[in-house]
Design a protein around this ligand. Structure first.
Ligand code: UN1
Length: 498
């Protein structure tokens, strides 16, 4: 089926508007079946050097194109994505495994981002402000940074790429993009869309390959002035350290240990639906996935029962079959990590209420499937309640009060997303103030961020920057303060002020 959607057997880098020759390659496997879908190049530092050389030249001209005209390209990109939405969604399911309905949602997220950032072409607002001296004008404007590097993950291979590349493009930068080797098809397809939409050659360059070679070469390249990375905490820390030495700007988004709080006055059916969707959707492989449920002890037994009942409706299997609700895990390493945490949870004394095993027989043969899992009687200090598992695993922790719920929520090293189910308006407002995460949901699960709001988190989730929203422009622009003195004489700030 892949071959009817994708003619290519081997993908190639997109540099200077041309499709390069592939050197060494590695297979990309469909996580639902284990079948090879396509081959992807393992590029070298030389390929990065070549891409940066062309990007530097292209950026100089791109920065002089008026922003509303830069935006016109993004409008065309959005239009092409709409036309290809179904094809892109199916290819996304084949390389990533997420079920088709979610793949369509992810492509839509990219379409939304195209039109939103295209709109920025006629804003890119700076500020005007009074100067402290007469006959003097003051303003701040956004300036492009130059050549920027983006490193994107396999779990949202097109949406996250749009969160980073579209603001970079509209702001007048050139981009070197290293997509995850697990999911290169979305990058290849988006590069084709950039080409057809008329983006000038060299403004976006896709270099496929490993983090240790291509990613590292980008991080160390002196002419790449920004690195925007989404991925694991360990890799993010190491990138930040290397960028720090070079005084290179770096924006990091690195996961979470997100919780749903269920209070004693909550609508328990709604809460159970929200938990199931945010914990088991995408097989728990979202940075925003719920992996803890913090429940008031008065409703713990009822909530457990509702979760166990609703879990029975979750068909697990190939995401191309639309009756399935939970797809596969990305690969064997991902599956092994989940299995390791099941053992850790049992050893720590958590009680396994459902799941906890991989699915290998019959239709599951060749793929990487794991049953939705529910641990209860978990305590906040256990490793399964502290560390990111990135799979369909819930740790249920019971608490005695609202205050304790907030404390448990905040008692982890991450701070991406949180949620509270309650009918009490006072608790709602206290919770949105006190939950120490970059995203807070009330009476909804922990997933479902919209593109026009900032995406990112506190503590170990990031380093203070945000993806998407107008805030993403701060990553890809420098603020420039401009003073125009039209007095015709020397006016000294702070001195010649009456
Ligand atoms: C991610 O998991 O890294 O809010 C991105 C959500 C999606 C994006 C998730 N809109 O769950």
């Amino acid at each position: 089926m892949t071959q009817t959607l994708l003619q290519e057997k081997t993908l190639t880098n997109f540099i200077d508007g041309k499709w390069a020759e592939a050197g060494e390659t590695t297979p990309v496997n469909n996580p639902a079946t284990g079948e090879t879908v396509v081959h992807v190049p393992l590029s070298t530092a030389k390929d990065v050097d070549q891409a940066v050389d062309v990007a530097k030249k292209a950026q100089k001209e791109w920065a002089r194109v008026p922003a509303p005209q830069r935006a016109d390209v993004l409008y065309r990109v959005g239009q092409l994505m709409i036309e290809r939405k179904e094809r892109l969604s199916q290819l996304l399911t084949m390389e990533n495994g997420k079920v088709l309905e979610e793949a369509r949602g992810e492509v839509q997220e990219g379409i939304d981002m195209a039109f939103y950032m295209a709109g920025e072409g006629r804003r890119l607002f700076g500020h005007t402000t009074p100067a402290e001296l007469d006959n003097k004008f003051a303003m701040s404007v956004r300036a492009p940074v130059g050549v920027v590097g983006i490193i994107t993950p396999w779990n949202f291979p097109i949406a996250i790429a749009t969160w980073k590349s579209f603001p970079a493009i509209v702001a007048g930068n050139a981009v070197i993009w290293k997509p995850a080797t697990e999911t290169p098809i979305m990058a290849y397809e988006l590069a084709k869309i950039f080409e057809e939409a008329g983006l000038p050659s060299g403004v976006v360059n896709v270099v496929f390959g490993s983090g240790s070679t291509v990613g590292d070469a980008m991080v160390h390249h002196k002419d790449i002035r920004v690195i925007s990375f989404t991925g694991s905490n360990d890799t993010g820390r190491s990138i930040a350290a290397k960028c720090g030495e070079q005084l290179k700007k770096v924006s990091l988004e690195m996961g979470g240990k997100n919780a749903v709080i269920v209070m004693d006055d909550a609508d328990l059916d709604l809460a159970a639906d929200g938990i199931i969707w945010s914990a088991y959707g995408t097989s728990g492989q979202r940075c925003t996935a719920a992996s803890r449920v913090i429940v008031h002890q008065a409703v713990k037994a009822q909530l457990e029962e509702k979760l166990l009942t609703k879990m029975q409706d979750l068909n697990i299997g190939n995401g191309l079959d639309e009756t399935n609700k939970v797809g596969p895990i990305i690969n064997k390493a991902g599956l092994d990590k989940i299995k390791k945490y099941i053992d850790i949870g049992k050893d720590e004394g958590a009680e396994l209420l459902a799941g906890g095993y991989e699915l290998t027989d019959g239709d599951y043969k060749g793929g990487f499937y794991f049953a939705p899992t529910l641990f209860t009687n978990v305590t906040s200090e256990m490793r399964i309640a502290q560390e990111e598992i990135f799979g369909p695993v819930i740790s249920l922790i019971s608490v005695e009060s609202f205050e304790e719920a907030i404390e448990v929520n905040n008692g982890v090293s991450y701070g991406l997303s949180s949620s509270i189910f309650t009918a009490d308006v006072n608790r709602v407002f206290r919770a949105q103030r006190d939950l120490d995460t970059g995203i807070v949901y009330v009476n909804a699960g922990t997933t479902g961020a919209e593109i026009h709001l900032p995406f990112g988190g506190t503590k170990g989730t990031g380093n203070g920057h945000r993806d998407s929203g107008v805030q993403a422009l701060d990553v890809f622009t420098e603020w420039k303060a401009v003073y125009v003195d039209y007095s015709g004489k020397l006016q000294r700030a702070q001195i010649d002020v009456e």
